[in-house]
Design a protein around this ligand. Structure first.
Ligand SMILES: [Zn+2]
Length: 458
């Protein structure tokens, strides 16, 4: 028995082009691309009529995250199983610093949560909430240990939010250390005032979540952080942009040659604020931050993907079951913020983007795999099908369809934001480091097989 695995007759799609060729895998790596590869006893996968994509890279997930008095419902096992079943073979989650905690301790805890459970490869961003004396010294160490990105929140006063002075310091450190600073840009102080007014006037249902976070609260925070990054002479990356104004602010900065980049998320591209018009349970399921927006904002996000001001599509997977969401019945401020999306990111962007002609196949691969790998220090190990890269490979069948439903999903949550929706394309097989981990609707990997990926600084 040979240890060779060869994919025959498939169409290999990378962010920079499409080729029809065989693909040879040995010892978890891609070892050749060409014609008639593999010895006589190699294991052969017939990929006729299938696209071979580099495994998806999701750089925004929240597994086992304590939030709003509860914990997100997927842990590193169930969450990464769901990722795997949707064609995502690398996730970058968060090591979140508690107040009073040193940053290296937060990272040690994140490693403990992931090590025995993760079924796909993973990394962490360190979320900085408290800039204690010597925090910057610790950040230097953290970057050299392979955690080359920081996250800061300009929302959630009293919980995660940092002030502009600390934002300046973290950006400055990121600039000096070559670490990407990921900013959650919403004006949390203003949001809390609007939310209090809504609550006090009796508007306490989930629809008030969106009313309390008008588009301007995102736009203002993005503009402010761009200027502070400019002062700190540092690049800046915005997570989960949801508005036209924020996307335009990023586009304008980029036109000026400033190192500003941003992601949006699957849900902003495929759902709108009408989700909040339904019954409370449905509306609570769509309580995400920032909230879903109008069609006009959605249109601007698709334009942003097209013109490059948005370079990554993440899931911001942060699932809570219906009973957890119900913690906010009678007070929308207590609804845990977040929704499930890790499993269907590729399917949705393929179905709503490629199949509709809004993005090309290559751009699709760029948005879900190549660009996140490049932006976060994992390229070309991840994000590309080329000789020497990890054999993380997705077989997508464009002739089939997929119906999304909570009942057929692997993520540990009892609803779907896209319940019953059918999209073109189907993820049929997924390989991680050459190992088949998903096939025919069934997860075939094992807990703890995923590896921590040390990420390089810029
Ligand atoms: Zn998030």
């Amino acid at each position: 028995m040979s240890d060779e695995l060869v994919f025959r007759n498939g169409v290999i799609v990378n962010s920079d082009g499409v080729v029809h060729a065989d693909l040879l895998v040995k010892e978890g790596k891609i070892t050749a691309i060409g014609a008639s590869l593999g010895s006589g006893d190699a294991e052969v996968v017939d990929a006729s009529g299938r696209y071979l994509l580099p495994g998806g890279v999701d750089v925004h997930t929240h597994l086992e995250l304590p939030a709003g008095g509860t914990i997100s419902s997927d842990d590193f096992f169930t969450g990464t199983v769901a990722a795997a079943c949707g064609g995502t073979t690398t996730v970058v989650d968060f090591a979140s610093q508690e107040h009073g905690q040193k940053l290296p301790e937060a990272i040690a805890e994140a490693h403990c949560r992931a090590a025995d459970k993760a079924v796909v490869d993973y990394g962490f961003h360190v979320a900085v909430t408290d800039l204690y004396k010597d925090a910057i010294v610790d950040l230097r160490e953290i970057v050299s240990d392979g955690v080359s990105s920081f996250k800061v929140y300009l929302a959630y006063p009293g919980v995660n939010m940092i002030g502009d002075g600390d934002l300046y310091r973290v950006l400055q450190a990121g600039g000096q250390l070559g670490a990407t600073v990921c900013v959650h840009a919403e004006n949390g102080t203003v949001i809390d005032e609007i939310a209090a007014d809504l609550f006090n006037s009796g508007k306490r249902g989930p629809e008030s979540h969106a009313l309390s976070r008008p588009p301007e609260t995102e736009v203002e925070a993005v503009q402010r952080a761009i200027m502070i990054a400019r002062i700190a002479e540092s690049p800046v990356y915005f997570v989960h942009l949801s508005t036209r104004g924020a996307t335009e602010a990023v586009a304008e900065a980029r036109l000026g040659g400033w190192p500003v980049s941003a992601e949006t998320c699957t849900h902003y591209l495929t759902l709108t604020e009408t989700e909040y018009d339904g019954p409370h349970q449905q509306a609570m399921g769509a309580v995400l931050t920032p909230p879903l927006r109008s069609e006009d904002h959605q249109k601007a996000l698709w334009q942003g993907l097209d013109n490059g001001s948005l370079s990554i599509v993440s899931s911001d997977h942060c699932p809570f079951c219906k009973a957890q969401k119900a913690l906010g019945e009678g007070d929308f401020r207590k609804i845990p913020n977040g929704g499930p999306g890790i499993e269907h990111r590729l399917q949705l962007l393929y179905g709503e983007g490629v199949a509709t002609g809004r993005v090309t196949l290559e751009r699709f691969v760029d948005l879900v795999s190549a660009s996140p790998a490049k932006s976060f220090g994992m390229y070309p190990r991840k994000g590309v099908i080329q000789v020497g890269s990890d054999a993380d490979i997705v077989l997508l069948n464009p002739s089939e369809t997929t119906t999304l439903s909570a009942t057929t999903s692997h993520q540990r949550v009892d609803y779907s934001l896209w319940e019953g929706k059918t999209v073109p394309g189907r993820v049929e097989k997924v390989y991680s480091a050459g190992e088949l981990i998903f096939s025919g609707g069934i997860f075939t990997g094992s807990a703890g097989r995923g590896q921590f990926i040390p990420r390089a600084p810029r």
